[in-house]
Design a protein around this ligand. Structure first.
Ligand SMILES: Cc1cc2nc3c(=O)[nH]c(=O)nc-3n(C[C@H](O)[C@H](O)[C@H](O)COP(=O)(O)OP(=O)(O)OC[C@H]3O[C@@H](n4cnc5c(N)ncnc54)[C@H](O)[C@@H]3O)c2cc1C
Length: 541
């Protein structure tokens, strides 16, 4: 190429592409092996190469730039309610579905299947997070369909399919699902829902009302909460009726969102939309809760994936960019920031994969009790840590990081949604108090897992003791709601530390304990206490 006439372009970083994102992710590789999914390694390498390719990254960037457009009517004035996506989005989601990022854990259940699926989902979400929303909701709805075969049976083969068909037509053999709970007058408090369900007989109802948030409105069907005569109930709402005509679902507009821009999120209205009751009338929350729990798991996976992208991009930049006569990565202040970012990413990855294992089909009663509490704890902590992590990683790229030419601006805008969605921070923190008070077995199982690292490090043991004292206050019914976040944070940190002590290299476990469990300075990244083995940690990135 002819050089520019005014100057030579130097000291800019080469693109981080044509990389095996699985092969280069030591914490994920080891977690997959540890949690019984070693059999999936070969496939995960292929996925890692796919999402790390220049072509996939180009599609990811384009899907976030060329945003979905709502067409409420066709050119003749007929209502169509169609969202048009760029082809890049279709390519991304099609690859993820073909790889089983949505339902492979249910299609081929075996020990570690949920871990393999989690790793697949994370690899895709690491590069393009928007498409992960419908992929996650389809994953999450599957156990509900399995538990209610009377209504779910016809849909199960469709959600287990690895075909992606963006069109809506009769005879379609695959399906993606969404969920619609949130209304204008009350999101977290779904009891305030006003959408009404009028019985039509034989388990069918006509829904009339609205939803204030309905992501992925081009899904084939949705789980919806609405007020039936017997109280708040859960319904399966298809977009197409049995006869092939469109159901009474109107997309009013798309949300203009901070991030998550490749994914359409909409406001919808229902006018006598025909839906099928799932579970019993008045038991809507109980029915949909399994879906909610699985989407919370995916919020953890998605955030951990974002953290991996953040620290990988930051380290890549610092290892190629020189300032003041040396590579950035060789300069101690930058090495400390990168090491600290990596500690967060590795802890999140280890937690995410451990949690995924507890969601496998072969989960014992103790594992189910563990995941009840651990999912909420991890959803609160890891999702809350996401935005700050992305911000610090972005700054490692200097001015480039703040521009849309590099992926971390997108990531910074993306991370908060996983904390807001599926239970915002306080709602989750209060859920943890509720779980401990009402299901004490969940705390016992959680404590048993964390305690596996007891005795290895005095600082860890001290933190475990503090956490136990806080949890005991809740179990005794004595903890005010205002202190819920303090307890959940401690639960999360001790779980993460326990996993790292047992499974990560000593430099990582020691660094995490020193920087997170012992009083740090101000809470910003890069202020690591003396003695932390920065080079040892960075060897993992
Ligand atoms: C991009 C995006 C996509 C979404 N997609 C969907 C979707 O597909 N389907 C769907 O159903 N919803 C969807 N949502 C909605 C989302 O789940 C809700 O916004 C979320 O559950 C919070 O509900 P809310 O907005 O009504 O806020 P509120 O419930 O009003 O909460 C506001 C704040 O108050 C806090 N709070 C609530 N109760 C308490 C309490 N008792 N004590 C202390 N603090 C409390 C919350 O933690 C939150 O910080 C989406 C949201 C976003 C941003």
């Amino acid at each position: 190429m002819k050089p520019m006439s005014t100057h030579e372009v130097m000291n800019q970083v080469p693109p981080r592409e044509e990389i095996d994102e699985f092969g280069t992710h030591a914490a994920m590789r080891e977690g997959v092996e540890r949690h019984d999914a070693g059999w999936a390694q070969h496939r995960l390498h292929l996925t890692g190469q796919r999402v790390g390719s220049a072509a996939f990254q180009r599609d990811a960037a384009r899907a976030n730039r060329v945003e979905p457009v709502l067409h409420t009517h066709d050119r003749y004035g007929r209502r169509i309610d169609e969202v048009e996506y760029d082809d890049s989005y279709h390519r991304v989601i099609s690859a993820a579905v073909a790889d089983g990022a949505h339902t492979s854990a249910f299609a081929e259940p075996r020990p570690g299947a949920s871990v393999a699926r989690a790793a697949t989902f994370m690899l895709y979400a690491q590069v393009e997070p928007g498409h992960a929303c419908p992929v996650s909701m389809t994953h999450a709805v599957t156990p509900v369909l399995q538990q209610h075969p009377h209504t779910g049976a016809t849909w199960l083969p469709r959600v287990l399919s690895t075909a992606y068909d963006p069109l809506l037509h009769a005879g379609k053999t695959s399906a993606l699902f969404g969920m619609a709970m949130t209304e204008k007058q009350g999101g977290s408090d779904v009891r305030a829902n006003t959408t009404a369900a009028r019985p039509l007989g034989e388990g069918r109802y006509a829904l009339t009302g609205h939803k204030w948030f309905c992501s992925a409105p081009m899904s084939d069907a949705f789980l919806v909460l609405a007020q039936a005569p017997g109280g708040l109930s859960c319904f399966l709402l298809p977009r197409l009726l049995d006869g092939g005509e469109r159901n009474g679902i109107r997309i009013q507009r798309l949300k203009d969102k901070l991030g998550n821009r490749a994914n359409a999120s909409s406001e919808v209205e229902y006018e006598d939309a025909v839906a099928v009751l799932i579970g019993e009338e008045g038991r809507g929350v109980r029915t949909i809760i399994e879906m909610v729990a699985r989407t919370r798991l995916d919020c953890v996976l998605g955030t951990a994936a974002g953290m991996r992208q953040s620290v990988a991009e930051a380290a890549w930049h610092a290892r190629h960019r020189r300032a003041f006569g040396a590579l950035l990565s060789d300069q101690p202040a930058m090495a400390a920031v990168l090491a600290d970012l990596h500690l967060e990413s590795e802890a999140a990855t280890a937690t995410a994969l451990r949690l995924a294992r507890a969601h496998d089909d072969d989960a014992s009663d103790e594992e189910i009790a563990f995941r009840r509490l651990a999912t909420a704890v991890a959803k609160y902590w890891i999702c809350k840590r996401g935005p700050g992590h992305a911000y610090e990683a972005l700054e490692c790229l200097g001015g480039n990081g703040y521009t849309e030419d590099f992926p971390l601006a997108m990531r910074y805008r993306e991370q908060p949604v996983m904390a807001v969605w599926e239970g915002s921070g306080n709602v989750i923190a209060l859920d943890v108090l509720r779980a401990i008070a009402r299901e004490p077995g969940s705390l016992d199982a959680f404590d048993a897992e964390v305690s596996l690292a007891a005795g290895a490090d005095r600082r860890f043991d001290d933190a475990l003791g503090r956490t136990r004292r806080l949890a005991a206050e809740v179990a005794a019914g004595g903890m005010p709601e205002a202190r819920a976040r303090e307890l959940v944070s401690m639960l999360a940190l001790t779980l993460q530390a326990s996993l790292l002590v047992r499974f990560a290299p000593a430099a990582v476990a020691d660094g995490f304990i020193a920087a997170r469990l012992v009083d740090g300075v101000g809470g910003l990244y890069g202020a690591l206490p003396p003695g932390v083995d920065t080079a040892g940690i960075l060897a993992r990135v």
